[in-house]
Design a protein around this ligand. Structure first.
Ligand SMILES: C[S@@+](CC[C@H](N)C(=O)[O-])C[C@H]1O[C@@H](n2cnc3c(N)ncnc32)[C@H](O)[C@@H]1O
Length: 305
């Protein structure tokens, strides 16, 4: 019988054919990584917020300060411990001292099961104080993101508190734990909310926050926006994308906004550097207005009617 191996924390660029010999399953948290691994290696992937049940003969865990946050490392180490694999290998990327620090944190009481969930408050002017739940790996964990808050404030102010004759459909792309969409919905009456994120823990947090806050939301796991059948169905699009990829991810967000919005629908994107994002946004929309808030720029565009 072939040895059953679970790889945790690996991305497409970290793998080689040797690592994938035998009965190997790659666990990933983000559907983008699933697609990259399947495309490059044709390897078996499980994309889920928590590790898949065994039994596993071997679990290999790749981590380190440049691979993931310390808290996500501890959370996944705890999940690995609970899986009770026959063998465990730590593929630590970084200094020996950091590796020892990480292992020391779990050595004292390895059987204590810790919760890594956090709750924190957020609100926009005119809206109630909401309590958000987040998890390691999900953006943002334990703290409010000022860019997301600036975006929620600008959009809530523009949509206003007055009741309207019909519901407004709002798409929050890269929703994380749902900060922007839930804040806008808490201050603007009659919003029908859809959220998209590529990260399974973000989707898990948004669904929990939707239930806890009593704000219904359709939450979709996708790294390529909403499905084509939703094209042309949203009044408002909000996005606070990561900016580490030379605007490649911002471009995916804007392409989604351009097709998902109704004619006349409005797209709001938040960033630090309006000059960097403006030309990307102009690839998808005819004009861009900038609204400054909290040291961030919210770039607003309207889809042609
Ligand atoms: C900067 S965070 C913003 C989270 C939240 N909107 C906020 O303001 O706090 C960006 C989010 O985009 C998600 N993301 C990155 N690439 C994505 C993609 N291709 N499709 C959907 N979501 C993506 C990340 O998982 C992350 O949750």
């Amino acid at each position: 019988m072939q040895m059953k191996t679970l790889l945790v924390g690996y991305r497409a660029g970290d793998l080689d054919a040797k690592a994938l010999e035998g009965d190997v399953v790659c666990h990933v948290l983000d559907v983008y990584d699933r697609h990259a691994i399947e495309k490059a290696w044709g390897a078996k992937c499980v994309c889920s917020p928590h590790l898949p049940e065994g039994p596993w003969d071997l679990v290999r865990f790749r981590t380190g300060p440049k691979v993931m946050s310390g808290e996500l490392s501890l959370d996944l180490l705890q999940e690995i411990h609970l899986l009770k694999p026959a063998k465990f290998e730590l593929d630590f990327v970084g200094r020996e001292r950091d590796r020892n620090d990480l292992l020391a944190k779990i050595k004292d009481d390895p059987d204590r099961v810790r919760s890594f969930a956090a709750t924190w408050p957020a609100s926009v002017p005119g809206g109630p104080r909401l309590t958000f739940t987040s998890f390691p790996g999900c953006f943002c964990h334990r703290r409010l993101d000022d860019g997301g808050l600036a975006l929620a404030e600008v959009v809530s102010r523009e949509l206003g508190p007055a009741p309207r004759a019909r519901r407004l459909t709002l798409l929050d792309m890269g929703a994380g734990c749902g900060l922007v969409g839930f804040l806008v919905s808490s201050a603007v009456p009659g919003i029908a909310l859809t959220m998209v994120d590529s990260h399974t823990r973000a989707v898990e947090a948004s669904r929990i926050n939707s239930a806890n806050l009593g704000i219904p939301a359709d939450v979709v796991l996708s790294d390529d926006g909403t499905p084509p059948e939703l094209d042309g169905s949203f009044d408002v699009f909000v996005g606070n994308p990561p900016y580490y990829s030379e605007y490649r991810i911002a471009d995916v967000f804007l392409a989604t906004a351009a097709r998902a919005l109704k004619p006349g629908g409005v797209c709001y994107m938040v960033c630090k550097n309006a000059d960097g994002l403006r030309p990307v946004q102009l690839r998808h929309f005819a004009e861009v207005q900038v609204v400054n808030r909290r040291g961030y720029a919210v770039l607003k565009s309207q889809k042609g009617k």
